[in-house]
Design a binder for this molecule. Sequence first.
Ligand SMILES: Nc1ncnc2c1ncn2[C@@H]1O[C@H](COP(=O)(O)OP(=O)(O)OP(=O)(O)O)[C@@H](O)[C@H]1O
Length: 582
Amino acid sequence: MATVAAGGVGIGVAKLQAHSSAKPTTPFLGKKLRVRYSNYESQARTRSRANVSYPKQLLVLASQGGLIIDAVRDLFVAVGVGLPCTVMECGDMIYRSTLPKPSGLTVTVPGALLALGTLSYLWATPGVAPGFFDMFVLAFVERLFRPTFRKDDFVLGKKLGEGAFGVVYRVSLAKKPSSKEGDLVLKKATEYGAVEIWMNERVRRACANSCADFVYGFLETSAKKGGEYWLIWRFEGADTLADLMQSREFPYNVETMILGEVQDFPKGLERENRIIQTIMRQFLFALDGLHSTGIVHRDIKPQNVIFSEGSRTFKIIDLGAAADLRVGINYIPKEFLLDPRYAAPEQYIMSTQTPSAPSAPVATALSPVLWQMNLPDRFDIYSSGLIFLQMAFPALRSDSGLIQFNRQLKRCDYDLVVWRKSVEPRAGAEMRRGFELLDLDGGIGWELLTSMVRYKARQRTSAKAALAHPYFDREGLLALSFMMKLRLQFFRATQQDYGEAAKWVTRLMAKSGTEQDGGFTEAQLQELREIEPRKKASPQRNALASALRLQRKMIRTLNESMDELNQRRKSLWWSKWIPREE
Ligand SMILES: Nc1ncnc2c1ncn2[C@@H]1O[C@H](COP(=O)(O)OP(=O)(O)OP(=O)(O)O)[C@@H](O)[C@H]1O
């Protein structure tokens, strides 16, 4: 082996010398590369002599000028035409082994960071990567295996409800006489049925326990009624949270349902607080499931929270107004879908600057950015905060009570603390009891409530953060561990209004500012504030403002009309997923 190697070196050097004397080597090639180059070159020459028969005239020309053959040779060598060394005996194995080896996968710090960043982006809420898997794998597999139904498979029972967009019946299966009568629920829905089928199927695959158990949905077309969507769920139970809250026994009536038996403890605030905590925990858990998969419900109210007798938990129903932010479905609903009693003050879940939903692939790719920019889930959090309030204050459980509260809160600029200051001094016994309940354990319930009902969506807590709030720790604030207290501090820090914090820093700067120590003095800050021009109300200004407002309104209306038109086109791609009755 050593002899062969030595021979190989000898041949290589000889070739190098011979070649370098005949033709100057390419300047940028290193010594080793030159050796290799020379070997390939000689092979190419041998090969061309042996296998390729050039026309005689060309060879004559080449030998005269020497240029064309050089060019042809260079071309051949440059593109590496020829058999690999493993086939041809090149005899330059030693030199090849001294060449830098082609590196495999090398992990570098920036590379690892980039990969980590990409993965985090793809998995960030609402989840581009899980969405891809859901749509192209799970949905497809589910379609192959799930049972399908037709209109004639159902026997209609009692009517459960009738909304603006559909009628709900209790039904049973015609072909299954053994099945319990009315173990299913059917909704015959109009235009929003398609959205509801999409959302329910998404939920069934992503977070089945969050919502009522969806069975099947299809489009039924008849000459008389035209298109009608049929949606089937399992019958979850007879009571919604609204029904349960109307009872004078609330929240004790729920305690029996959750635990299955009457408790032996004396009735009182502590016990009521525990029950409300459990309801809120179960409900926020369901809501978090929806939000984590990129669905915003937009119609959260006690009427749409049902008690599931099977699982003894609260679940969410009625996804007709929901938006799927992962693919941009139902991005802007018609405003009348929102229930004004529970709607957050912003009305829209996405910025009105971007009213149009991007096309599905773009919406999917941008979904983590759009989610973080708009935090659309906070719309549902506001409504959830109102449900929490209704559970604490019986006076707010009626429609008129809630409407009056909404007016008061609006007058207080949606600041619950200001509202409390205004109503508490003249509050009746029932209202004071509500405040007492929220003030238990050092006011931890009140703190959670105020972090949910806020004017600015960005300042509201998320469902996940709310679930991690110490309000849901059974032992209460006094028994909190060190880590829990730390978590509470962290929660408070994230809930701060940083606009206020900026003002506070400015004030601090003013206090510390002196001629010697630097910083701004109060007088300097005053000057800075006054640099901002004072706004004077004049007839011209007012006219200009009105004209601008009118212009903005016209642009918005135009945009929305365009959206309406586009929406029809865009809606086609996903409504094809909805089965039709043959
Ligand atoms: N899975 C279910 N199990 C038991 N009852 C249900 C189920 N789904 C719906 N219901 C009952 O049907 C009623 C109406 O349902 P839903 O809210 O979905 O219909 P809707 O037409 O959108 O009504 P609305 O417009 O009033 O919101 C509910 O209040 C509830 O009582």
